[in-house]
Structure formats: C-alpha cells, structure tokens
Design a protein around this ligand. Structure first.
Ligand code: NAD
Length: 513
C-alpha cells in the first residue's frame, strides 16, 4: 500500500491511514459504523471511515445553517477570494490528491491529476463569476417605477456524488455554490470516502485561516440511507445528485415530493458516429480513449460506435489493432493505459454484459475476461472488450459501467446514424467524426443529436469546465459547471420600486377608494 508514494500522499492530505474513523479537525460529522475503503489497485485496506448517524446529521445541519448566516452577508467577490485561496491550496496538494484519487478509485494517475486540475479550473471560473452574478433590469409599464431582478443565495445545498469522479464533481458544485453564498453538505460515494476527507481537510484549512466557520462545508459519510437524510429534508432547498439513473429516479421523486429543487447528473449511453468522411486516425484515438479511459467508468465513456458500412471494416480493424496494444495494470504506473474497475461487483456487471450481448446475437471481436495473477490480486482488472451488435439489443440500450464497446453499422445518409444514436433512453454525450460540413451541421441541428453534449471531431469523453455540463432524458436534465449553470444555486427575486406619490396598478386596473 505504500508503493508509488501513497503513504506520503495520505500524510500530506491529513488522511490517517488504517485508522479508527475519520480525520481530525475537520467538519466531518460521523460517529456511526465503520466503512472500509479498499483500493481496487491492489485490494489493500486503505482506511476506515465512520458513517453519519441521524444525530450526526442534525449536528452537520446546525453547523451549516449557522455558517450560512455569516457567509450569505459576505459580499460575493469576497467569497470569491476564499474560493481563490481554496484553488491555490488545491494547486499545492495536486500531486497528493491526484494520487489518492488514483489509488482509492483506480483511475490512472494522469487522470487523477486531471481531476484535481478540473477542481482548480472551476475555482478560477468561480472567482470571476463572483463579480458576475448578474440579474437583468426591465422597463416597468408604470410611470415612476423601476424594475429589476436579483439573485440571492439559497441556503444549504446538498451534494451527493458518484464514485467515478470522487473529487471533481464536488468541486463543480461547491465552488459555484460558495460564491453564490450557499453552504454545502457533501455526501461522497461510500466507495471513495477518503477522497472526501482529504477535500474537507483542504477546505477546512482555508476557512480556519480566514476565521470563517467551517460549516460552510460539511462532510457526511455513508450509503444511500445517509443521502436520504438530505433528500427528505426541507432545510435542503437544492439537492445536486450525481450517479446512476436508478438513484436519480428515487432522488427526483423524494425531492419533488417536498417541492425542493434537484440537479441530476445521471447515466449516459454515449455514441460516436463515424461517417465516410471521418479522419480515421482521429476517430481511433477518440474512440479508444473514450471507451477504455477510466476503465470505461466515465459518465461520458464511449459505449457505441455507429459506423458507416462503407468504412466499417477499416474502422473496426484499426480499433481492434489499438485494443491489442493496451497495457492493463496498476494505474499509478504511467506505462499502463487501463486500470481496474472499482470493485468486484462492477466486474460481475461487466461479465454479465458480455454474456448478454452474445445471448442476444452479438459477435465478440475483442475478447474480454478478468485478469488474475501477479499485479491483479484485487480481482478488479478486466480486459476491455468489443462486440458487434444491433442498436436495439437490450444490453446496448443499457449503460454498463465498464469497458465494453459496441460496434453498430449504418447505411445511407447521416440521418440514419443520428436515429440510432438518439434511440436510447439516455442523453448525455454524443459525437460525430466527419470532415463533411453538411453532416456536422446536420448533427448539431434541431434534427440532430438530442444529447446535452454534442461534439464534432472530438470523442464523447471528458469536457471543459467552461461549458454547462449535463444531459437530457434519463441523464436527468441538470447542468453543472460553466456557462450560466450557477443560476440553480440561487433564488431569483423580482423587485419593483415606485418612486412617485401615486399607486398605479399593473395592467391599468382601476381601484379607487
Ligand atoms: P450510484 O447511483 O450507485 O451512487 C451515486 C451516489 O448516490 C452515491 O453517493 C450513493 O450513496 C448515492 N445514493 C444512491 N442511492 C441513493 C438514494 N436513494 N438516496 C440518496 N442517495 C443515494 O452511482 P455510482 O455507481 O457511484 O456512479 C456511477 C453512475 O454515475 C453511472 O451511471 C454514471 O454514468 C453516473 N455519473 C454521471 C455523471 C454525470 O455528470 N452525468 C457523472 C459521474 C457519474
């Protein structure tokens, strides 16, 4: 467990390895049963974290609501200054946090660093945003009146995150929520609790330096039962939840039942359309990274390649050839392309998908399988697989969170490929590889992709923080990160001011006393 500087990284992050519970000195409200965090990299126990009881949760809520009273009155640009300092702390701890992400979640060290870089980027974005929380002014229909709108903070924002982006998703939410004047309670995935503690420690340090209450950021730990404390709680006006569609449907119902707001970032079933005019070399790089990066465990991972029949064999050959060169192993070793799946349950789901695609009539072109032997002791390492399939197979319609890529063939015009691409329940990320302007524009038009993200000559996987991130249909409809995604973290108020001695009514209504 000390290989690749993990022990040092944990020390730097103040995360006590193999301990009796949570770290000290941070606003982590947990006294319940212990959750174990085992690394999918080598199967070792990294540490134990206490989960949050209902009583602990009440304490967290008290700390958060009390901190909100201070935080909301601080001018937004000053809150931005705190977020700037938080971003700087992340810069200092980038290597250590990137390493912990890689070791606890299993993605490559490069991707771990990338995740921390995303946190830094969103902090920078949020700092600028803190001076741009603009509302509009309107012309009143009544003389001597002025009308405008302003945005106020919401209060306590609940954040529920998935295992596959253990730190970045929290930062996307929290950096914006903080400059908007909200305080946050975060429940990370129970599969990666140490990443949560590391982040909380970093935030706590910044708040302490500035004599601010740490309740601006609260951490709670545990599984869905702990998540439910927030979804059922009317003191949480907004729940931002990232994870499976299954989870999203439950959370949406729970939060809507009390007329709260939810921001949902759920599963995808992302496709790349490869037209006869595609640059094959670019296509292969985009498709292979998209399908096997993070071991196929990104919400934007490429699941389907929709290839024109005229170039089908050529593309298939090139992709298969690239798969044969993949090195699978310890993700902290930068020579490897593909790390492990998160746990052995994920391995079972991957195996089931491969069985099912064959049962439905699919043809395996790159064999999968679970790796064993030296370096693979955790039992979580699998071979990325490729199957030729039909678009309507049940398994193709479903998001399998593992490196299984389906090759689908289309004929005729690009419209046919777009129909296949849209004909799934999910609507997160999509891409077209083409040098044909008509095809590209068609894909981006109203008759084109129905996804929240539509790319041209880029794969489906990964996104920049500057744009609003999220998807349609069963992906949940939420938008996070850049553009105007900040608005969901605030409440809008319309103000009309009368500076005359008359009281004219709107719509010219007469009411004489
Ligand atoms: P998951 O749904 O199993 O868990 C996600 C989080 O929700 C965890 O913290 C979990 O404890 C919590 N949770 C589960 N049930 C809950 C309930 N009833 N009430 C409250 N909280 C509950 O997902 P996962 O396996 O951690 O992550 C993988 C999934 O996340 C994939 O489907 C992936 O596509 C999706 N994902 C989506 C995005 C996006 O931005 N669209 C980003 C990352 C991951």
């Amino acid at each position: 467990a000390t290989d690749f500087g993990i022990k040092d990284a944990l020390n730097q992050l103040g995360v006590n390895p193999i301990n009796e519970g949570t770290s000290t000195g941070s606003n982590c409200f947990s006294n319940g049963e212990l959750i174990e965090s085992n690394s999918p990299v080598d199967g070792a126990l990294i540490g134990k974290v206490k989960s949050t009881t209902k009583e602990d949760y009440e304490k967290a809520m008290k700390a958060a609501t009390s901190a909100f009273k201070t935080w909301r009155t601080m001018p937004a640009p000053q809150r931005g200054e705190i977020v700037r300092q938080f971003g700087d702390k992340l810069r200092e701890k980038k290597e250590a946090l990137g390493k912990l992400v890689s070791y606890e979640m299993g993605k490559s060290y490069q991707e771990g660093l990338g995740e921390v870089q995303e946190m830094i980027d969103i902090c920078d974005f949020a700092v600028g945003l803190s001076r741009q929380l603009h509302g509009l002014t309107m012309h009143s229909e009544r003389p001597g009146h002025r009308m405008y709108e302003q945005y106020h903070p919401l209060g306590v924002v609940g954040i529920i995150s998935a295992f596959n982006f253990p730190v970045a998703v929290w930062a996307w939410n929290t950096a914006l929520a903080w400059v908007c004047g909200d305080v946050c309670i975060w429940k990370p995935s129970e599969k990666v609790p140490l990443c949560g503690i590391a982040c909380q420690n970093i935030a706590a340090e910044v708040f302490a330096t500035n004599n601010l209450p740490e309740g601006i950021s609260c951490l709670i730990n545990g599984d869905h039962k702990v998540g439910e404390f927030m979804t059922k709680d009317t003191r949480v006006p907004l729940v931002s939840a990232t994870g499976s569609t299954r989870m999203g449907k439950i959370v949406a119902k729970e939060v809507a039942g009390r007329l709260g707001k939810s921001l949902l970032e759920l599963g995808g079933n992302n496709a790349i359309i490869v037209t006869p005019d595609a640059d094959i070399k670019m296509t292969v790089i985009g498709a292979v990274f998209g399908a096997v990066g993070t071991c196929g465990q990104r919400c934007t991972s490429t699941r389907r390649l929709i290839i024109h029949e005229s170039i089908y064999d050529k593309v298939k050959e090139a992709v298969v050839d690239a798969y044969n060169q993949l090195r699978i192993g310890n993700p902290l070793d930068e020579n490897n392309h593909v790390g492990p799946l998160i746990d052995t349950d994920a391995v079972k789901m991957y195996q089931n998908a491969l069985t099912q695609v064959v049962e439905e009539g699919g043809n395996i072109v790159v064999e999968g399988g679970v790796l064993s032997g030296e370096g693979y002791e955790s039992g979580c390492y699998v071979k990325p697989a490729i199957a030729e399939a039909q678009p309507d197979y049940k398994i193709v319609q479903h998001e399998t969170f593992a490196p299984v890529l389906y090759l689908l063939k289309y004929s005729g015009e690009v419209e046919n490929a777009i129909t296949i691409q849209n004909d799934v329940a999910q609507g997160l990320s999509s891409a077209i590889m083409t040098n044909n302007l008509r095809e590209a524009e068609r894909f981006l038009s109203v008759q084109g992709s129905d996804c929240g993200i539509a790319n041209v000559n880029i794969g489906t996987s990964g996104a920049e923080i500057g744009g609003a991130f999220g998807g349609e249909k069963e992906t949940g409809g939420g938008r996070e990160s850049g553009s105007d995604a900040w608005k969901i973290y605030m409440r809008r108020q319309t103000n009309t001011i009368n500076y005359t001695t008359e009281l004219p009514l709107a719509q010219g209504i007469k009411f004489d006393l």
